[in-house]
Design a protein around this ligand. Structure first.
Ligand code: TYD
Length: 225
């Protein structure tokens, strides 16, 4: 357990209970986000919550088309600025077409990656200007901020071990170096230090079921449910 329970006060009395909650999952590739999202979704549905699960980039027809462009192995010449803008474009659409309307109807939304991914990958990883990324993220998300973000943290070597052999063919974004992944992990950890109330750093090296129970507890305590 790596989060600070003292600081965990996500439940904001200003947010009406009729509104849904936005939970995002972050972490370098290979940390087990997808598995944990499935587990948390099951738990929340058992509690009677309506839960919508989304992934970034994607989640809308436009977003899925953008995703194909981003992951296409033929696009070896994609420049970093193009990549940044495409992620932001997919996100802007997802927020307005799906996330905000879902939250308004009381649905809970779990998103596999959100704007922290852009800060970590394009900012800390690629080295693009963090201020520019911040402004672009702001434009893409508007008022839509996650209520809580689960950051799955894992040493890069372990993440790579888990990834090896998982996919038959690596996509464009999988062909990245260990050093790049290390910068992203460090970036995420910086983000968690800067915003400890929202970004909850969790040890993804724990056994899957232990981690799932931990995440569920963080969510219950955070939202007072
Ligand atoms: P995906 O196959 O969804 O990876 P994973 O299942 O591990 O999340 O591919 C998404 C890739 O895109 C992943 O390597 C992270 C990267 N990414 C960015 O670089 N910036 C972003 O803003 C987002 C959302 C993802």
């Amino acid at each position: 357990m790596m989060y600070n329970e003292e600081k965990l006060k996500v439940k904001d009395p200003a947010i009406p209970d009729a509104r849904g909650r936005l939970i995002t999952f972050e972490g370098i590739d290979g940390t087990g986000k997808s598995t944990q999202i499935v587990r948390l979704t099951e738990k929340l549905r058992e509690m009677g919550k309506t839960v919508q699960v989304l992934r970034e980039p994607g989640g809308t027809a436009i977003g899925e088309s953008v995703r194909e462009i981003l992951l296409d192995r033929r696009h070896t010449n994609m420049c970093e600025e193009t990549e940044l803008l495409l992620f932001a474009a997919a996100r802007a659409q997802l927020v307005r077409e799906i996330i905000l309307p879902a939250l308004e109807t009381g649905s809970w939304v779990i998103c596999d990656r959100f704007y922290d991914s852009t800060v970590a990958y394009q900012g800390y990883g690629r080295g693009l200007d963090l201020n520019v990324i911040g402004a672009l993220n702001q434009l893409a998300i508007g008022t839509c901020r996650p209520d809580i973000t689960i950051l799955l943290d894992l040493p890069v070597e372990l993440a790579v071990k888990r990834l090896t052999g998982r996919k038959e063919k690596a996509d464009r974004l999988d062909n990245e170096s260990l050093a790049f992944m290390q910068q992203i992990r460090d970036g995420y950890r910086n983000l968690a230090l800067a915003e400890p109330d929202r970004l909850i750093l969790m040890d993804a090296a724990q056994p899957e079921t232990v981690l799932a129970a931990d995440i569920y507890r963080v969510i219950r305590e955070g939202f007072g449910i």
